[in-house]
Design a protein around this ligand. Structure first.
Ligand code: HEC
Ligand code: HEC
Ligand code: HEC
Ligand code: HEC
Length: 497
């Protein structure tokens, strides 16, 4: 200090210089403080300062976006098709082309005609407009599928349920609501417009909780960050009477508990076209399998990895680009784990690859068993001889499908997924042993398996006339679908994005 005062005494200009510098620093600090208070106020008023009032069940996400531009802009990015991890991504992939055995596994069921991997939420409507799975209704009151198939696609679903009643919604034909359900999964699927709190818009989830004597309204905010997804990413079925969408959780959510639920009511989704087994189709039990894995058991929710927080200019918000967490490991896994990106990525791949080893084996054995069961029927086998085989086939494929249809399962719950696949393989081999006995009775000792090495060959083998089906699909996309969209647009129901 002495040195400075001496210096100032010698050259007063230094004193002035220090004074001016301090003055500037104080001024800048003042500016910063003002900006922070302003930003605080901005956050506090974000909710009360809404630019537009959203009323009722509003399926137009672009209108919500005026109030919440950050969430809206990231939500729009579910349109991006720019990411491929080792096994998943947001790019459309023809799964039947990659694994033609699946065509045989689903013979007699619409999945054998058309099946592409999921991409992003904003494609939910476009993709259902382009699949043979929901068939090609020629007029707007046509099915053959019920309107229940729309349930997980759009905020127009809660809007219509509110307008025409839940039971009546499910009773409609699929084609009947084509001009109503036009906007992809959006804000009104997950949020209450007044408070922006997460809300459950799908009755099936609330009803499943009620049947277990649980009140979904008592869920914690962290649980809601999972339950918002459990409205759609779950196992479900349509009741035979009225196509009422129902979650089969009354006995529990494990693969065995759900199977028991279906067995008790003699339920099957379809009869296999080759083996004649009474089959179950697993939908996408992401919630069920995730709940049995290590992260759920530590209290994590889906949003922790699929909708991570982003900080931008002092504002923290949830990234609404729901997709693979591997796209951005720094903002997902690394908020909790200190391992390198590469290591974290490899943990995921290692779990996936190990499960896939068993899955592929099981897939091949299942295809073979269905084909050999057909041979047994062709040779004259009867119901009594085949009963045990068919039951084992149903059980084996249910286990395969439960893991495969839950796309994230092998990471979400690696041990449980591998346990289920192992039991599936065991059941498939038991089915083959039983079947060998039947085939021996009819003098069959050597069997030649058909060539199902491509999607086209497998589809031809199970008797699908794909030329005809694809022509119907093309006509439908060029006639019925544009009519639906045109009418929705005219009535102001189609949101601009
Ligand atoms: C699939 C369900 C889902 C959809 C669709 C969805 N959100 Fe969200 N949103 C969430 C979840 C989960 C959170 C995190 C809530 C929490 O942490 O409590 C959230 C949080 C928010 C928040 C609170 C601040 C923040 O970012 O964490 C706002 C505002 C918001 N969303 C706006 C929107 C808007 C606008 C849309 C439509 C463009 C939308 N959301 C679509 C699930 C959804
Ligand atoms: C209203 C039903 C619905 C809700 C709610 C919902 N999803 Fe989805 N989700 C879908 C559908 C349908 C698809 C397939 C869309 C397509 O590809 O056409 C999908 C696709 C996905 C994908 C694959 C996308 C990709 O790029 O690989 C992920 C991951 C996903 N959802 C996670 C979530 C999470 C996490 C939540 C909760 C925050 C959630 N979903 C809420 C229906 C829903
Ligand atoms: C601990 C992080 C984490 C949590 C929590 C989590 N997931 Fe995932 N999820 C992943 C990872 C990692 C993958 C595999 C991504 C890949 O291979 O690119 C994945 C994959 C998926 C996929 C398949 C994506 C595709 O492209 O096919 C879906 C769907 C999905 N998760 C939904 C959910 C749902 C629903 C929940 C909650 C019930 C959830 N996830 C909870 C990490 C998580
Ligand atoms: C919100 C925090 C959080 C996030 C995000 C998260 N994890 Fe974890 N993870 C945990 C906790 C907690 C455990 C249990 C740790 C323990 O018991 O030592 C765990 C366990 C694991 C394990 C060991 C699993 C086992 O069988 O016990 C692996 C591997 C893992 N995480 C990978 C990932 C990857 C990859 C991601 C990103 C896709 C991720 N985690 C995201 C918190 C998180």
């Amino acid at each position: 200090m002495k040195k400075i005062s001496e210096a100032i005494k010698r050259r007063p200009i230094i004193g002035w210089a220090i004074f001016v510098v301090v003055l500037i620093i104080v001024f800048l600090l003042g500016l910063l403080a003002a900006s922070i208070t302003e930003r605080r106020a901005e956050i506090a008023t974000l909710y009360s300062n809404k630019k537009v009032e959203i009323k009722g069940i509003n399926p137009h996400s672009s209108e919500w976006g005026i109030n919440y531009p950050r969430e809206y802009d990231t939500w729009l990015k579910t349109k991006n098709m720019d990411f491929q991890s080792k096994h998943h991504g947001n790019i459309k992939q023809d799964v039947l082309e990659q694994r033609p055995e699946m065509v045989v596994l689903w013979a007699g069921y619409a999945f054998s005609k058309d099946y592409t991997a999921p991409r992003g939420h904003s494609y939910a409507i476009e993709d259902i407009h382009h699949t043979l799975r929901t068939a090609t209704p020629t007029n707007s009151s046509d099915g053959p599928q019920p309107a229940t198939c729309w349930t997980c696609k759009s905020p127009d679903v809660p809007r219509m349920m509110n307008e025409i009643g839940i039971e009546n919604f499910y009773k409609q034909k699929w084609g009947a609501l084509g001009k109503e359900i036009v906007n992809p999964i959006g804000c009104a699927d997950c949020h209450d417009p007044k408070t922006m709190a997460l809300t459950i818009t799908r009755p099936a989830l609330i009803e499943a909780f009620t049947r277990q004597n649980k009140d979904i309204k008592q869920s914690t905010p962290q649980e809601m960050r999972t339950l918002a997804c459990a409205q759609c990413h779950v196992e479900y079925y349509f009741t035979k009477d009225g196509n009422y969408l129902t979650f089969p959780w009354d006995k529990g959510i494990s693969v065995e508990a759900i199977e028991q639920y279906y067995d008790n009511s003699n339920f099957s989704d379809w009869t296999h076209a080759l083996s004649r087994a009474p089959m179950l189709k697993a939908q996408h039990p992401d919630y069920e399998l995730f709940s049995l894995g290590p992260h759920a058991q530590r209290g994590l929710s889906c949003a922790d990895c699929h909708m991570p927080y982003v900080s931008e200019g002092g504002i923290k918000y949830s990234n609404h680009q729901v997709m693979s967490p591997l796209k951005n490991i720094a903002s997902t896994c690394q908020t909790c784990h200190r391992d390198s990106e590469e290591k974290l990525m490899n943990y995921v791949y290692e779990y996936q690859d190990k499960a896939i080893e068993i899955r592929t084996r099981l897939e091949n054995e299942l295809a073979k068993t269905h084909i050999l069961a057909k041979l047994a029927w062709d040779k004259g086998a009867n119901e009594k001889e085949m009963k045990g085989v068919l039951k084992l086939l149903r059980q084996a494929q249910w286990r395969w499908d439960f893991v495969v249809a839950s796309h994230g399962s092998t990471f979400h719950a690696p041990v449980e997924s591998q346990r289920i696949l192992a039991h599936g393989l065991d059941k498939a081999m038991q089915a083959q042993l039983e079947l060998q006995k039947v085939l021996f009775t009819y003098g069959v000792h050597n069997t030649n398996l058909p060539d199902i090495s491509t999607k086209a060959k497998a589809q031809k083998y199970i008797g699908l006339d794909m030329d005809k089906l694809n022509k119907e699909k093309k006509d439908w996309i060029n006639t019925t679908v544009p009519k639906w969209l045109e009418q929705a647009k005219k009535e102001g129901k189609l949101s601009k994005l």
